[in-house]
Structures are given as C-alpha cells and as structure tokens.
Design a protein. Structure first.
Length: 458
C-alpha cells in the first residue's frame, strides 16, 4: 500500500484523537490486497500479544484482530455473561467510530465450558469469559476488505506504537508460515478409563437419571519445535472449507480449530442456529459414503441424540422470537472427515438485543453438555477428568449493536509452545455403544490431526 495512504490513516487518527470526546477512537478504511493469514502473522513482530482469527462457514466473513485496546475479562461463574454484556455496553459508550460505516469495530472472545469447575494451568489466560477489542482489525465482508484501527485518545499505552509499526509493515511481502515440526510424542488418556466412564454414563441414563450426556477426551501431542499457529490456520482454511475457522491467541498460547457448529447468530431481529448431533465417518468411495449417510439418517440412536438438541434450541428460539422455522427432518452435513445430522433453525422477530444474551441461554446445548443440562453437567464433572477450558464452549464476536456470530469451539486444539492438546467428545444416550463412541471421538480429532500434519488424508 502506498506510503501516502499510511500517512493519511495516521493523520486521521491523530486528528480524531485530539478532538474526540471519548477515551477510544477508531477509523475504518477500505484496504484491499492484504491476505488474512499474512495479517495474522504480522502480530508478534509488531509487538501485539493477542491475535484472533475468525472465518465463518461460508468464508464470506473473515475477521482478523491484532492486539487488545480494550479487554473485558471475568472469572465470575454466576455473572460472567452479565459482566461481558455490561462491558460491551461500556465499550460502545467509550468508543467513537469513524470512517467506513460498513466496518464497525467489534469485540471478539470466548467463554469456558464450565466456570464452576476449577481451571488448571493448561488454560492459563483463557478465563470464564473474555472479550477483546483489537487495536487493528482486518475484516473481509462480501469480498471487500477493511482495516479498522482503534486507539486510546489520550495516546498513552503502547498501542499507538504498535499500530504505527503495523502500518509500516502491512504491505511488505510476507514470509510463508513456518513448516510444521515433527511429532515426537503422542499421549492420550487411557482408553479403558474413558470407556469405563462411558459405561457408567450409559448406566445412569438407563436408570433414568438423565437422557443424554456428552463426554470428551483429550490427546496431547509434542513436537520437535514450536508449532506455528499461522501454519495450522492456513492448513485448516484449505482443508476445512465449510467450517468456522477460529483462533484466539495470547502470550503465545493459541486455541485454534475448525468447527462445523454454529451456536447462534444475531443480525437485527433475525437469529439463527444449527442443531448438530449424530455422526458417522465419511465413506472410502461414493457408494459407501451414501450408504453411511443413509444409515445415519435412519439410525434410531443418532436421531435420539439429535432430537434432544432440536427440542432445546426449538423451545429456546420460540421463547425469544416471534416465529421459528426449521425443517421437519434433519439434513446431512458432510465434512471432509465426518458427516452429521443437521437441523438449521431460523428465528424472526427476536426480542433479545444482544447476541451475548442468546449465547448465555444456549450454552451448553445438549450437543455439548446433555439433557437435562444441570444433570449432564454434574455427570461431566464426576466422570470426565479433563479440564475442557474453552473447548466445547462459545467462541465468536459481537459488535456495538449487539449483533454477532458465535460457534461452538469443537474440532479444536490448544497450542502451547511445542505441545498441542486436542479435544473431542460425543453424545452418550441410552443406546450408546462405548467402543463406537470411542471411534467417533477419533474421527472428530482427524481434522486437527490433519491440520497439524500428523495424519495424512488419503
Ligand atoms: C462434542 C463434539 O461434537 C458434538 C457431538 C456430536 C455427536 O456426538 O454426534 C456431533 C456434533 C457435535 O455437536 C466434538 O466434536 O468434540
Ligand atoms: Mg454422536
């Protein structure tokens, strides 16, 4: 990008900062020709300690954030959604947006799965709830790219400096992401122990204590060198075209994944969700693939698993929307490694003003927790030794108007230095077979294994 343009942007910011009546000012400009992953890669060398990446299922919206000029963070289990929503409103009042009106500044963040469970050191930096306003946001919407820069008007803090550095470098030709390092060890929780937990869950369900519970397991990979989050991102973008591609990084620890599951989207008075539960692998050829798909559609156990989600989301949408539409029977969603039963839901005339309220009501759906919710959470606490952290929890963005989109952070891994911790779970119901459920979690880890270069896809 021309030097003149950079000066123009910096001058705008300075002029606005001097005259602004609020603590933060932002400026948005069309900024074509910058690749989202290259932009993500600029972060550390400009001094930004936080980075996020978001691409929606269609790839139509891509958001990449560097730095954090304004962060809302909470560890309060009871009030975490109130805390972040209050923070969002405060941010809106303190922030004066200028420039391209179609690229409003926004907050990006996530929540932990279960804030009532004590966290471990593994998830340091990923609290019960966190939203971040990036200093620099690259947004691609409908084929148009915009750069939005947000800085404090008192010119204190390091963000002016970092943004200045970024503007100097943003158009430099970028190096490719680092090559993925060699795997040196691979540990998973003992299979027998996990199967025993599943058997116990099945027994509780058959005894009538609950209807469904989702149990997860983890796999820890260690590599010869540090894993470059940008390299993993790039591979996920190539390999998982119909998933939400997300990354949330702070101080070198990056939670990253390719989730097919939308939790909720709000756009004005319209809201959407996708019920996703019930799974089978892809076939080796078209014939086998279709046979597996037909089996999944007809299978009683998988349909039961799925219907708990449809009932809950249908009921919830009915309580906050004037009208709710969903197809009468689930569709098949085919992803590179797995196929799912899928029921999209659209609600119109939504009475909630902020998508964060919808996130609060919906999390965890029976696709990630179980039915009834509280029983399922108790069973997870009792039977799952894992610290889920942000796995299986909401991740996404919200703007000043309360619009935004959130996915469920599955098919994911936490990258920390030379290590990657992968997570996968599955819905246990009365008719579950422990070994098939175990196999299902393996299939669900395949996308991350493949992005990490550990598994070769045939
Ligand atoms: C829990 C996960 O996936 C969830 C469980 C599914 C199932 O059990 O069939 C399907 C989709 C997801 O809602 C995961 O991928 O870790
Ligand atoms: Mg399942």
């Amino acid at each position: 990008m021309a030097i003149g343009f950079r000066h123009h942007l910096q001058q705008q910011l300075h002029r606005l900062a001097v005259n602004a009546g609020r603590p933060f000012v932002s400026w948005a400009e069309p900024w074509e020709g910058v690749d989202p992953v290259s932009f993500f890669m600029q972060g550390p060398s400009c001094g930004f300690r936080e980075r996020f990446f978001w691409a929606d299922r269609t790839g139509g919206t891509i958001l990449v954030g560097l730095g954090s000029v304004y962060a809302i963070e909470t560890e309060k289990a009871d009030s975490r959604f109130d805390d972040v929503e209050a923070g969002r409103r405060r941010w809106k009042k303190e922030m004066e947006p200028y420039g391209a009106a179609d690229a409003p500044p926004l907050l990006f963040g996530g929540f932990s799965f279960d804030p009532y469970r004590p966290g471990t050191d593994m998830w340091r930096g990923f609290p019960a709830g966190k939203l971040v306003a990036p200093a620099a946001l690259l947004a691609v919407r409908n084929g148009k790219t915009t750069l939005t820069v947000t800085v404090p008007t008192d010119k204190r803090g390091r963000d002016w400096e970092r943004v200045g550095r970024l503007l100097e470098r943003i158009s430099d030709p970028m190096a490719a992401p680092k090559r993925l390092p060699r795997l040196v060890s691979d540990e998973e929780e003992e299979k027998e122990r996990w199967l025993a937990a599943v058997r116990e869950a099945i027994a509780s369900i058959r005894a009538g204590a609950l209807d469904k519970v989702v149990l997860a397991r983890a796999r820890r990979l260690a590599f010869a060198k540090t894993v470059d989050a940008a390299a993993v991102l790039q591979r996920l973008r190539e390999q998982q075209p119909f998933a939400y591609i997300f990354a949330f990084e702070q101080d070198g620890r990056c939670f990253i994944g390719a989730s097919p599951e939308q939790l909720v989207q709000k756009e004005g008075k319209m809201c959407r969700s996708v019920c996703l539960a019930g799974s089978v692998r892809r076939g080796a050829d078209m014939e086998e693939d279709e046979r597996l798909g037909a089996w999944l559609r007809a299978d009683r156990k998988n349909n039961e698993e799925h219907q708990f989600v449809v009932q809950m989301i249908g009921r919830l949408f009915s309580s906050v929307c004037e009208t709710v539409e969903m197809p009468p029977a689930p569709q098949l969603l085919k992803l590179p490694h797995i196929q799912h039963l899928c029921t999209p839901v659209v609600g119109r005339g939504c009475r909630e003003r902020s998508v964060l309220r919808l996130v609060e009501m919906m999390h965890p759906t029976p696709a990630l927790g179980g039915t009834p919710r509280d029983r399922a959470l108790e069973v997870i606490r009792a039977l799952e030794p894992l610290d889920r952290g942000w796995y299986a929890a909401p991740i996404g963005w919200v703007d000043g108007e309360g619009n935004g989109e959130w996915a469920v952070a599955i098919r994911s891994a936490l990258l920390a230095g030379k290590e990657a911790m992968l997570f996968a779970g599955c819905g246990i119901v009365a008719d579950s077979d422990p070994n098939s459920e175990y196999e299902e979690t393996n299939v669900k880890m395949a996308p991350m294994l493949s992005a990490l270069g550990v598994m070769n896809d045939g």
